[in-house]
Design a protein around this ligand. Structure first.
Ligand SMILES: Cc1cc2nc3c(=O)[nH]c(=O)nc-3n(C[C@H](O)[C@H](O)[C@H](O)COP(=O)(O)OP(=O)(O)OC[C@H]3O[C@@H](n4cnc5c(N)ncnc54)[C@H](O)[C@@H]3O)c2cc1C
Ligand code: SF4
Length: 520
């Protein structure tokens, strides 16, 4: 990376270097703007630690955020949770599945008990308006996919530029065959993985440590590999391990940010003509609330309508070792229940979601989380598991939110980020329906026992600064400008009014390319 001297004033300051922040920076740099990204995470270190679950997830995790957030997702229990912060946002640790949302998803979230969509959560634009940006995002991220095999896929002009590996792992082969026997339609997941060794980088070696890990050889096409180094060569400034504590205003105009160097604790202020919050669905509303944007603009929606999909894993226990070759097993999707399934009373009406195969979490993590006395058995059973991930859409609810209490501050003096979230009955029923179908597939593939593991993280957090028609119902307009301000934008997963049932990163990349095209 070229040496850079941080200036006192920029055309744009972007807070956060994930999909939203980096894609915004790309358009701005191409327009010749001076841009500074401020990112609290570190640059990823590409050494053995990338594939080491202990360094990443267990003892003193390398990328764990300096400050936890407080979560109330179960009655009477407040948990501390941590994000992993890196330059590149969550993309460095993500599973690389890169879907477009389906056309119907843009019409709004499902309405319980019906086949209807809630028009108050309809996007200000539809799939058609986003296609060109999806295409650009797929090109920038080098997505490998095979068109027209996913029966729910929206129209895609032209082919994917790259093909995924079609050499299925042993567990994926079993799932594929079992799905077909049940009359289902498995397909290859579109992935941000360099299977061919293009871009002067090494080719993917199909290792088992991809989702939830960094890629040591940079074959995962994350933002820190595919976007930021090239932009830095073209003049983008990136200030890592630095946290934005507050956005300062003169009247309705955002004029500067207060920052702290996380290593030294030194505080300073940097000015900009425009400011973009791209900290993700938990941190962008956190920063806006800490900066009193709610008081400045009178907006009551900041931090509200938090979504995170309703995800869970069904594990099938097999009589023989499931993946003796120890290779990547996140390759296929089963789309047949995306728009729903059986309609008798036991099943929810409306969309259910997507089933995907997914690698095991590491044995160390399984062992660490198993009850005392069962740790070694749990780790041994891990070799006999095939997992299916179920992703269902969840309903935005005003009560589900990110909020702050000004009397509870972190080590840097910023009010602590707090989260309240409950799923509703429809959402739980949609996941249960997917669990039932996933079990049938696993059973057909030869599994003897099953168990369900709900995912209780905020890895798919969305919706807390949603786009909409006016300040009464949303936080930003369709160009991602915060209502009631002259020059403050939010461009990341938080602006999505509804989330569909596919992994969100490609949609965030596409909407960021669209919003930033309009910036001057
Ligand atoms: C383990 C895992 C696997 C996943 N797998 C997939 C997948 O296969 N496919 C998919 O589509 N999605 C996946 N996701 C979800 C996906 O990664 C996120 O939806 C996406 O990264 C969100 O992008 P974003 O730009 O909104 O925010 P982020 O990627 O979260 O980026 C925001 C950045 O802002 C920084 N930041 C926040 N606040 C501040 C501040 N005040 N000052 C400075 N910096 C700040 C953060 O450190 C972070 O780097 C996965 C997520 C995880 C955790
Ligand atoms: S599966 Fe491929 S892209 Fe993923 S971490 Fe392994 S080598 Fe990297």
């Amino acid at each position: 990376m070229k040496d850079m001297k941080i200036k006192k004033n920029y055309d744009y300051i972007i807070v956060g270097s994930g999909f939203g922040g980096a894609m915004t920076a790309k358009n701005l740099i191409e327009k010749g703007k001076s841009v500074l990204i401020i990112e609290r995470g570190k640059w990823p270190v590409r050494d053995d630690s990338c594939w080491d679950e202990v360094r990443l997830h267990l003892k003193d995790p390398m990328y764990r955020s300096r400050t936890p957030f407080l979560v109330d997702q179960k009655k009477g229990k407040i948990e501390e949770m941590w994000a992993d912060d890196t330059v590149g946002g969550m993309s460095t640790l993500y599973g690389a599945v890169s879907f477009r949302m389906r056309e119907e998803d843009f019409l709004g979230a499902p309405v319980a008990g019906t086949e209807e969509r809630d028009s108050s959560t309809e996007w200000p634009y539809g799939y058609k308006q986003l296609t060109k940006y999806y295409k650009s995002a797929e090109k920038i991220l080098g997505i490998a996919g095979i068109k027209e095999k996913d029966i729910t896929e929206p129209p895609i002009a032209g082919d994917y530029l790259h093909e995924p590996s079609t050499a299925l792992s042993r567990p994926s082969k079993k799932i594929w065959a079992a799905s077909e026997k049940l009359g289902l339609h498995p397909f290859f997941l579109p992935m941000a993985i360099n299977y061919s060794g293009k871009y002067g980088k090494e080719k993917c070696i199909l290792c088992p440590t991809c989702d939830h890990y960094l890629c040591k050889i940079e074959a995962k096409n994350d933002i820190a590999v595919m976007v930021l180094p090239e932009l830095a060569e073209k003049g983008l400034h990136i200030l890592a391990q630095t946290r934005v504590l507050k956005i300062n205003f003169e009247k309705k105009r955002a004029v500067s940010v207060d920052i702290v160097d996380e290593n030294t604790g030194e505080k300073s202020t940097i000015k900009a003509k425009n400011i973009v919050a791209a900290g993700g669905a938990l941190s962008s509303p956190h920063l806006l609330l800490a900066s009193e944007v709610d008081i400045l603009t009178g907006n009551k929606n900041i931090g509200r309508y938090l979504m995170r999909h309703i995800n869970g894993v069904v594990a099938g226990v097999f009589p023989t070792k499931a993946n003796p070759e120890n290779v990547l097993q996140k390759q296929i999707g089963i789309p047949d229940f995306y728009h729903g399934g059986k309609t008798d009373d036991a099943y929810p009406k409306g969309p259910w979601g997507m089933i995907q195969d997914v690698s095991n979490i590491g044995k160390g993590v399984i062992k660490a989380n198993a009850p005392m006395g069962l740790k070694n058995i749990a780790a041994m059973v891990a070799d006999y598991l095939i997992n299916l991930l179920c992703i269902a859409e969840d309903t935005p609810d005003y009560e589900n939110r990110v909020f702050i209490d000004k009397n509870s501050v972190d080590e840097f003096g910023m009010p602590n980020l707090q989260v309240y979230h409950r799923y509703n009955r429809r959402d739980i029923a949609a996941r249960e329906a997917l669990y039932t179908e996933a079990r049938k597939i696993l059973k057909k593939a030869g599994a003897l026992f099953f168990y369900n593991m709900p995912i209780e993280t905020f890895s798919h957090g969305l919706g807390t600064c949603r786009m909409g028609k006016d300040i009464e119902t949303s936080v930003v307009d369709q160009n991602c400008k915060v209502w009631g301000t002259d020059n403050l934008y939010v461009i990341d997963g938080s602006v999505m009014p509804s989330g569909g049932s596919v992994n969100p990163s490609l949609t965030i990349a596409a909407l960021a390319l669209k919003a930033s095209e309009k910036l001057n």
